[in-house]
Design a protein around this ligand. Structure first.
Ligand SMILES: Nc1ncnc2c1ncn2[C@@H]1O[C@H](COP(=O)(O)OP(=O)(O)OP(=O)(O)O)[C@@H](O)[C@H]1O
Ligand SMILES: [Mg+2]
Length: 260
């Protein structure tokens, strides 16, 4: 038992943004959320972490309504990396990752070796151990994204929620981060735009369109040419080069006169 939503709704500006979503995240598996821009992915993730309050329906963690969980208990269980996480510019890399330890420490507890170890391991996992003392504002966009992921890992969560974690990352680091996410064996919900990465790294995929969950299942069940055409308005061909390895190829018509 882990994270689940039942008939969750959330509206803003007079518009229904998340519209009756019911889903269960399987323990220790990766659930990918895909959908067009504005389909409600980030909004749903925020409801899962209680950064937003549901208008109706319920989000549960181990069958308990998350609205009833003490803040600290929730923070120890669940870590969230936002789509565009901002951080105080004066901080160093290790200061940012140290923030992940907050839920594990008492109000006046001193910093321990266990905390330091968690920070070091987290930075190592995202390949930034050498940047430990670098000022945050001097990092590249991709490095900042990886530091935010390290902060979430230092939190030692059981549930990890990532909103477009591959944003800003070069292809090597996109693959490295998603490989790491899989290897961690945590219960993970990740919003992704790249359908091939979703297919490669997710055990289950949920598709949002207009705030509604329009498909849910294994990547193979969900990511069909028909669904992709319907939801994204894009024509694709699916190739299977090796058994079980599907590649989604976009069909793009070049205009006459375009450079070939
Ligand atoms: N606080 C708010 N007030 C008004 N509208 C909002 C608010 N938050 C989100 N929205 C709207 O809800 C819709 C869904 O937004 P959301 O950020 O969840 O989409 P998304 O699927 O994550 O998109 P993207 O792929 O671009 O990240 C958008 O149209 C957005 O403008
Ligand atoms: Mg988003």
């Amino acid at each position: 038992m882990t994270l689940a939503t039942h008939e969750v709704r959330w509206s803003a500006g007079g518009q229904m943004i998340v519209d009756g979503v019911t889903l269960t995240v399987e323990p220790n598996r990766v659930l990918g959320l895909i959908g067009p821009n504005g389909s409600g992915k980030s909004s749903l993730l925020r409801l899962l972490c209680r950064l937003r309050k549901v208008a109706s329906g319920v989000v549960t963690l181990d069958a308990r309504d998350i609205a009833d969980l003490p803040r600290r208990e929730l923070a120890r269980r669940l870590a969230f990396v936002e789509q565009q996480a901002a951080t105080e510019v004066q901080l160093s890399v290790c200061d940012v990752v140290r923030l992940g330890r907050t839920p594990h420490r008492g109000a006046f507890a001193s910093w321990t070796e266990v905390d330091e170890h968690a920070v070091d391991i987290a930075l190592k996992r995202v390949g930034l151990a050498a940047r430990h003392d670098q000022p945050w504002h001097t990092l590249s966009g991709g490095e900042r994204q990886r530091v935010h992921i390290a902060r979430a890992l230092a939190q030692e969560p059981r549930e990890l929620i990532l909103d477009e974690p591959t944003n800003h990352l070069d292809i090597q680091h996109q693959l490295a981060i998603l490989t790491l996410v899989r290897r961690l064996g945590l219960t993970c919900v990740v919003a992704l735009h790249d359908l091939n990465l979703a297919s490669l790294f997710c055990d289950r995929v949920g598709v949002l369109a207009g705030g509604r969950l329009v498909a849910f299942g294994t990547p193979q069940e969900v990511l069909t040419p028909c669904l992709i055409a319907e939801v994204f308005g894009v024509e694709v061909v699916i190739r299977e080069s090796t058994p079980g390895r599907r590649h989604i190829e976009y069909v793009v018509e070049h205009e006459a006169g375009d450079h070939a």
